[in-house]
Design a protein around this ligand. Structure first.
Ligand code: COA
Length: 162
């Protein structure tokens, strides 16, 4: 629960929240945080908290989740705007890919990305993921524009071994 205050700040910022459900009040932030903790508890995985080593501050959440009806097992990312442009998202996403392919044994991973989310598309590309096609999302997101990006375990392992 010590992450709640920073989680509230992440989803209160219009630019950070634009593609992750829009601006939410503290109540919405609380729901998301406990849902993520619930994913760890019930599914055995969930997104990790990303803590900046120098400051000890929670700067976001990155990692696996797969909501019901989702178009695949996802590694997703959301970082506070103050920490963008430093490579933190990439570092956390790469560690997450190592973990889902290694510890969880996933064979593939997807990223659901809004076509206008240039930073997220760029990050997916830097990780070696490619655009697979349009994403089919479950209600209440059905009909919203979304791209499906991803790669499989063999592709990630080959890149890691370079
Ligand atoms: C999507 C998101 C995670 C991308 O974050 P990001 O900081 O751009 O991504 P990276 O960690 O890969 O950082 C890349 C940038 O860090 C820079 N950088 C600085 N030091 C670096 C280092 N040591 N290593 C790597 N990159 C570094 C890169 O040059 C690049 O800068 P640029 O964007 O100015 O070209 C972030 O914009 C975000 O959280 N958005 C809001 C939530 C959201 O939309 N989530 C996605 C839903 S699909």
């Amino acid at each position: 629960m010590e992450d709640l205050e920073s989680w509230v700040a992440l989803v209160a910022d219009p630019e950070s929240a634009r593609f992750i459900g829009g601006v939410q009040p503290p109540y919405g932030a609380w729901r998301s945080l406990v849902a993520m903790a619930g994913s760890w508890s019930l599914m055995g995985y969930g997104m990790f908290s990303v803590i900046e080593k120098d400051s000890g501050v929670w700067i976001g959440r990155v990692g696996p989740w797969q909501p019901v009806g989702w178009p695949g097992p996802e590694v997703g990312w959301g970082i506070r705007r103050s920490a963008w442009g430093k490579g933190y998202a990439r570092e956390a996403a790469a560690a997450s890919l190592d973990w889902v392919f290694g510890a969880l044994g996933w064979e593939r991973v997807v990223h659901v990305i809004h076509p206008d989310n240039a930073r997220s598309r760029a990050l997916a590309g830097r990780l070696g993921s490619r655009k697979i096609g349009p994403a089919r999302l479950p209600p209440p997101f059905a009909g919203e524009p979304a791209e499906l990006w991803g790669q499989d375990a063999a592709e990630w392992t080959a890149r890691r071994d370079l």
